[in-house]
Design a protein around this ligand. Structure first.
Ligand SMILES: Nc1ncnc2c1ncn2[C@@H]1O[C@H](COP(=O)(O)OP(=O)(O)O)[C@@H](O)[C@H]1O
Ligand SMILES: [Mg+2]
Length: 370
């Protein structure tokens, strides 16, 4: 998948910017605060309809402006010259257009232009809270499977309604009504778990090799999906997961009534990253952590690429300053067959000899060919 050209209006520090990009690796260098991350953010908006650094779209509208507009022309083997426009304003909300036709349900669009991003924030994936790891899985699998995104939407809605019942209803009302919500929760929750398990399986087949390629060591890396349903490691079949889910809900019913919230299901699950069976969260060095996150991101890219049969656009935001030489080389090796990528950096010189790429310098809100 390739972004051919990008036009942004009233977005962050750019009032008006038009750029034509190269089909391979695009390196955007510039000083701090010039707007490098904002350019990647604009691209990301066109792929996932949201930002990776704020959940409030109005933050991205340029100060003193009413709206932003992002326009991109994309091309792939299957999808030639597709124009995407995303408009957002406080008054009128967010609107998405594909070839000038408005797309009302954003979920129908997700996955059309797959993308993978790696920022310094992602280094928190291992030691941050479980919600960050769930978000990683959800964004990635949503781009692969429309069914997953659909299940996720219904699951979240059901969860809200079920929690409202648990916190507001008396015991009789809860006992009478809970079964309706349990049915939905189990139906869609098990679909979510099943899809996550498929990706975890893919990780376990490939992660050790990718990790060792970057670290040039010989460690054994494993990922374990820790489910609130109990041990599901050997469960690959949806009926079995549903049965476990239902059983666990039954077992936890009293506790959930006391807690007034739902504690069983994929919204409570987590993943453990293990090196020689020790959790990265507690035992890894910073360097090992970086290696793991880079390997994970590349496998995310590979998974989407395999499942959708299209190479996702890769966005790397200012991560090279944080990497030592051998990790940097490991990363550059991966970039060889990557399709289109965008790399931002403050260190223009560092890339000079490394990569065949289009180079740009960002200065005073303009992008110059370097
Ligand atoms: N809504 C906004 N309107 C105008 N400027 C903004 C807005 N949000 C952030 N900025 C500014 O945009 C500039 C570019 O930010 P950023 O893209 O993070 O730069 P870089 O990644 O190059 O360091 C910063 O100076 C920031 O303060
Ligand atoms: Mg930045």
């Amino acid at each position: 998948m390739q972004l051919k050209d990008l036009e942004i209006e009233n977005f962050r520090n750019f009032l008006d910017l038009k750029v034509i990009f190269g089909n391979g690796i695009n390196i955007i260098s510039g000083m701090n605060g010039e707007g490098k991350t904002s350019i990647l953010e604009a691209i990301y908006y066109l792929t996932l309809t949201k930002s990776f650094r704020t959940s409030n779209d109005t933050h991205a509208i340029s100060y003193q402006k009413e709206h932003f507009n992002i326009l991109g022309r994309f091309s792939s083997e299957k999808l030639t010259n597709t124009n995407i426009r995303l408009f957002s304003s406080e008054k009128e909300g967010k609107h998405l257009f594909v070839n000038k036709k408005e797309v009302k349900k954003f979920s129908d669009f997700i996955g059309t232009i797959p993308a993978v991003i790696l920022t310094l924030e992602d280094l928190r994936l291992t030691f941050g809270g479980p919600q960050e790891r769930r978000k990683f899985l959800d964004i990635l699998i949503s781009q692969v499977s429309p069914l997953y995104l659909q299940s996720l939407k219904i699951y979240r809605r059901t969860l809200q309604q079920r929690n409202a019942l648990l916190s507001g209803g008396n015991k009789d009302a809860i006992e009478k009504q809970i079964a309706i919500w349990d049915g939905q929760l189990v139906e869609h929750g098990s679909q979510i778990i099943l899809s996550r398990a498929a990706f975890i399986k893919f990780l376990n087949q490939n992660l050790t090799e990718h990790y060792n390629h970057i670290s040039t060591r010989n460690d054994s890396i494993r990922v374990h999906y820790r489910s609130s349903l109990g041990d599901i490691a050997k469960t690959e079949d949806n009926t079995e997961i549903k049965a476990k889910f239902q059983k666990k809900l039954h077992l936890m019913f009293r506790y959930e009534c006391e807690r007034k919230s739902s504690v069983v299901g994929p919204h409570r699950d987590d993943i453990d990253f293990l090196k020689d069976d020790k959790n990265f969260k507690n035992f890894s060095s910073q360097g090992e952590n970086k290696t793991l996150v880079i390997a994970l991101k590349f496998l995310e890219w590979k998974y989407i690429s395999r499942e959708r049969n299209v190479k996702p656009i890769l966005l790397l935001d200012d991560i090279f300053g944080e990497l030592d030489e051998h990790r940097m080389h490991g990363l550059l090796d991966f970039l060889e067959d990557i399709g289109q990528a965008y790399i931002t950096t403050t260190m223009h010189d560092k890339f000079k000899e490394h990569l065949a790429s289009e180079k740009y310098i960002l200065k005073d809100r303009k992008l110059y060919a370097a």
